[in-house]
Each structure stands twice: as C-alpha cells, then as structure tokens.
Ligand binder design. Structure first.
Ligand SMILES: NC(=O)C1=CN([C@@H]2O[C@H](COP(=O)(O)OP(=O)(O)OC[C@H]3O[C@@H](n4cnc5c(N)ncnc54)[C@H](OP(=O)(O)O)[C@@H]3O)[C@@H](O)[C@H]2O)C=CC1
Ligand SMILES: O=C(O)[C@@H]1CCC=N1
Length: 291
C-alpha cells in the first residue's frame, strides 16, 4: 500500500472561510490524523450559524458569525482557506481585501478560480496557493493538486504541503493543468460513485438484496483500486486478466463500448475542465465590473 508521508504537527492557526462539504472534509481528515489541535482551526461561513454550531460540536473547532469577530479572526489568521463556491468568491474576496496583511497566506480550493483573479480581487500581491482537493480527504485518502503563486516562500509551500499531505496525496503542478486535474481527481470520486450506483442498481434488478449488491460493488471497486496500487500493473493489463476470450466480461465490455464508454469518460473529464474554466471566467469578469 502507498504510505502517506509523516506530517509534522501544524502549529499555524488556519481559518476556513467557507464551511461546507470540502472545508469539513479537510478539517475532519486533519483532526482524525492528529496533525493539528482542533482549537487551531476556525471555520467561518456567510450566514449559517447552525452549521457553525454543528462543526464546533463535531470537531471542537472555533467559529463565529458575529461580524466584528469574523473581521478580527480574518485579520489575525496566518492561513485563510477560501472554501466558498465560485459564484460567491468575488463578494467574499472583496470583503476580505481590506482586512489582509501582506504575509497572510491565502489557500484556495475553489474550482476554476485563478491565482491572477484572486490577487486581482484582493488588490494585493498576496501569497496564494491554488489547490484542488477532493472529498476523500475526509478519510485521509484525498488527492490534491497544488500550484503556488510566485509570492509564496518556502515556509508557505511546506505548510500547504503539510496540510494536504495530512489528508492524502499531493501533486504540485503548473497552474495551467489545474482544470484537467479537476476533471480527474477533484470531481473524479463522483464518477466512481455514479458507476457504483449503476452497478448496485443492476444487482438489485437481478435479485440481490440492496445490501448484498452495495457490499459486492464496494469491495470490487476497493479491490480494483488496490490491485492497481499494489501490483503496479496497468489498469489495462489487469482488465485483460479478468477478461476471458469470448467470456462474460468480454461481453460486458463490448456492451460498454457500444455506449462509447472510454471516449464518454474522456469527454466527461474534458467537460468538467471546461466548466471549471467557465466558472473561473465568470468570477474574473467581476474584476472588471465598476472599472
Ligand atoms: N465538494 C467537492 O467535492 C469539492 C469542492 N471544491 C471547491 O470547494 C468550494 C466549496 O465547495 P463545497 O464545500 O462543496 O460547497 P458548500 O456549498 O458545501 O459550502 C460553501 C460554503 O461557503 C460559504 N460561503 C458562501 N458565501 C460566502 C461568503 N461570502 N463568505 C464566506 N463564506 C461563504 C457557505 O456559507 P453559508 O452556508 O452560510 O452560505 C458554505 O459554508 C467550491 O469552490 C468548490 O469548487 C473543490 C474540490 C472538491
Ligand atoms: O462540482 C464542483 O464544482 C466541485 C469542484 C470539484 C468537485 N466539486
């Protein structure tokens, strides 16, 4: 099995600005791995106090919706993780701009939002780390793409790597590749879940109980992923070992091919990347509003 690198204790105070699914996945993963004290994490959102109360009681993190306190927390944060939807980013960044000090590290998990747009909306050459994690960070099996702005120094790089290595693997890439990576690993878990939904439904239609069908599907997906990881063999080579000539698997793969499975998956990844760019471009437009 792939060993996660050991991660030193994170001593910096991290503020999650946006407290939804992705922020929770990272926080839960970090706390489960004991890499940060829960009171070194503050979670903020736009307005949902119930959500912050839930997160405080679930993880022991801090969080407040009082406007004055929110400003103070953001002013004093060493690291601010931007974790709101792209459509909400422009307003959030404009509000954040007057609170920032030059050395505060901005980490974004927002799909499509470029470093240039983030710095443009903040109006400062803030050190920005653009990332694309995924929700499997919850259980320490995340995969995060990372790109750094030129303002990020060695300590900032190391800190970002520590955060995301504590919840899975990381891949440092050129920012231009971030949308492709989003199509593979950011959104990828959803494609696998969709495949699992279809396999489970087929099992149920064929007379298995829902529990049997789900359990068998889960183990098949888990076993297949582990086989690739542990044997080091190509997925194509492993597929061939399952596929007897003229056998049942071959018949199934031919049926997938009738639906152009391979090219459809590639088209889905490409469309995901394109949609990320569209969402980023929509935020970038905000840069030029009122100018
Ligand atoms: N979900 C995923 O699998 C992944 C998501 N991402 C990225 O993570 C980001 C968040 O996604 P996700 O967690 O799914 O979204 P959610 O809808 O679950 O959470 C969004 C959060 O942002 C908060 N928010 C909205 N506007 C503001 C604002 N102006 N200031 C502060 N907080 C605000 C919301 O607060 P409130 O509820 O109070 O409105 C909410 O807590 C997105 O940009 C997405 O591209 C990246 C990788 C994977
Ligand atoms: O669907 C989305 O926009 C986000 C980005 C990656 C995964 N979920």
């Amino acid at each position: 099995m792939c060993q996660q690198p050991s991660v030193p204790l994170i001593k910096e105070h991290i503020v999650f600005y946006g407290a939804g699914s992705m922020a929770e996945a990272i926080v839960r993963g970090m706390i489960a791995r004991n890499v940060i004290a829960s009171d070194s994490i503050t979670m903020l959102n736009r307005s949902s106090s119930e959500r912050l109360a839930e997160l405080r009681s679930r993880y022991g993190v801090q969080g407040s919706n009082d406007a004055q306190q929110k400003s103070e927390i953001l002013k004093n944060a060493q690291v601010i993780v931007l974790a709101m939807k792209p459509k909400d980013a422009a307003e959030a960044l404009r509000g954040l701009a007057p609170l920032l000090q030059p050395d505060q590290l901005i980490v974004s998990v927002i799909a499509g939002l470029t470093i240039r747009t983030i710095q443009g909306l903040l109006g400062t050459p803030q050190p920005v780390i653009r990332t694309m994690p995924n929700t499997s960070s919850t259980i320490g099996l995340g995969a995060t793409g990372i790109a750094f702005s030129k303002e990020v120094g060695e300590a900032g790089r190391r800190l970002a790597l520590n955060i995301f290595e504590s919840v899975g693997i990381t891949s440092v890439i050129e920012e231009e590749r971030m949308e492709t990576l989003t199509g593979i690993s950011g959104s990828g878990p959803a494609y696998i879940y969709y495949m699992m939904e279809a396999m489970t439904a087929a099992g149920i239609r064929g007379g298995l109980t829902p529990e049997q069908s789900l359990e068998l599907t889960v183990q098949s997906v888990l076993g297949a992923a582990r086989m690739v990881q542990q044997t080091g063999e190509d997925p194509a080579a492993l597929r061939k070992k399952v596929t007897s000539p003229n056998g049942s698997t071959q018949a199934a793969i031919e049926t997938l091919d009738k639906g152009d499975f391979f090219e459809t998956v590639i088209a889905a990844v490409n469309r995901c990347a394109e949609r990320s760019r569209e969402m980023g471009a929509a935020v970038e437009k905000e840069l030029f509003k009122n100018q």
